[in-house]
Design a protein around this ligand. Structure first.
Ligand code: SF4
Ligand code: SF4
Length: 355
């Protein structure tokens, strides 16, 4: 059976206030926020962006979601989790400061930022699922204490999962630190000594100090590496090598199973919104931004698998290319196919015009 995916088409770099007006008009006519009940605490999950980059979903859109939650009598707040790697998003204090620097203030959105996994990213709950890899997954603890969830996602390419959509935003973005670690742990690169110029860039970027020089060449200590792929992204000499046939597949399956855990804990009280705007080659965690296709629009659905499936369809329809040609050459449908295999969502969708 197919799921409805509502599609609000936008022009490339369309004025944000015009888009907001059209989106608000559509949401007012729809019953999409009816899943929110009086007195529900409702987390609006987003990505606050990496320092100095601004591909993320803008605070104005989140403010609009917050207003619709309040209109239903709910109490909305913005939420995120800490990253595995070092930097400005690795603990709640620095992360919230970065969010404020990027405009996610109470004044702009009408909502506080409350981190879902505590100050150090280690507050978690185990959720039982019927996966193929796991029978339980580790999710940010806050989700067990709230009633509903809105997942807002900036849709992008991704260096390991092929694309970053709703599934990745939930599966990785709402996993606890241990949950994230478990997902990354089979994806470990090595360094080809012959190609390494010893520029040191990978050492500078490695979040867990897993790389060091040995006899004048970079070398990864596999026991420390968390498989985040930062070194792969920053090496300009193709010296970092991944075992893709194992890693991309397993990682995407694990993302799908963690996303299923998030869905289970929310008991279906969730809405998914994908922004196919400023679509970049890499996700918002990376230190660089390269737009790969003109803006497409905004998608809304009750099914995270259907919305990601529709997002990929629209990217391919608009560009005439597969996402792997625009981003990294990785078979990216694994996360969708695995979701369907474990009985989580559907890739069948019906696009409904939201204008
Ligand atoms: S970035 Fe590449 S070339 Fe530079 S030290 Fe690391 S592996 Fe070697
Ligand atoms: S993948 Fe590379 S950057 Fe990431 S932890 Fe492992 S060695 Fe470090």
């Amino acid at each position: 059976m197919s799921e409805k995916v509502f599609f609000l088409e936008t022009k490339d770099r369309e004025n944000i206030y015009e888009v907001l007006k059209r989106l608000e008009g559509f949401l007012k006519k729809s019953d999409l926020f009816n899943f929110v009940s009086e007195r529900d605490f409702v987390a609006i999950k987003t990505h606050f962006g990496e320092k100095k980059l601004n591909g993320f979903v803008k605070p104005e859109f989140l403010g609009l979601m917050g207003r619709f939650v309040r209109d239903r009598g709910g109490s909305p707040f913005l939420t995120e989790t800490s990253t595995l790697y070092r930097g400005d998003r690795s603990n709640a204090v620095d992360h919230i400061k970065l969010a404020i620097d990027h405009g996610f203030t109470f004044e702009a959105t009408g909502m506080p930022v409350i981190m879902a996994d505590g100050i150090h990213g280690d507050e978690e709950v185990e959720v039982n699922i019927r996966g193929k890899i796991y029978d339980k997954v580790k999710i940010a603890a806050l989700l067990s204490k709230i009633q509903a969830l809105v997942v807002t996602t900036h849709f992008t390419g991704h260096i390991v999962s092929g694309f970053g959509g709703a599934l990745k935003n939930m599966g990785m973005g709402l996993a606890s630190r241990r949950g994230k670690m478990i997902q990354h742990s089979t994806s470990k690169p090595t360094i080809k000594k012959k190609k390494c110029t010893a520029c040191g860039e990978c050492i500078r970027w490695c979040p867990v100090e897993a790389i060091d020089f040995k006899e004048g060449k970079a070398e990864i200590t596999s026991a420390i590496c968390i498989g985040c792929a930062e070194c792969l992204a920053v090496c300009r000499f193709d010296a970092v090598v991944y075992n893709w046939s194992e890693s991309y597949e397993k990682l995407q399956q694990k993302i799908a199973e963690h996303a299923m855990g998030v869905s289970e804990i929310m008991g279906g009280k969730a809405l998914y919104i994908n922004f196919l705007t400023s679509i970049s080659k890499d996700c918002d965690c990376m230190g660089t931004y390269e737009k790969v296709i003109p803006d497409i629009g905004i998608l809304i659905s009750k099914d995270p698998v259907a919305i990601d499936s529709a997002s990929l369809y629209l990217v391919e329809k608009r560009s005439g290319k597969k996402l792997s040609e625009l981003s990294h050459n990785i078979p990216y449908r694994v996360q969708l196919d695995h979701s369907v295999e474990i009985g989580f969502g559907t890739t069948e969708f019906e696009l409904v015009d939201a204008d």
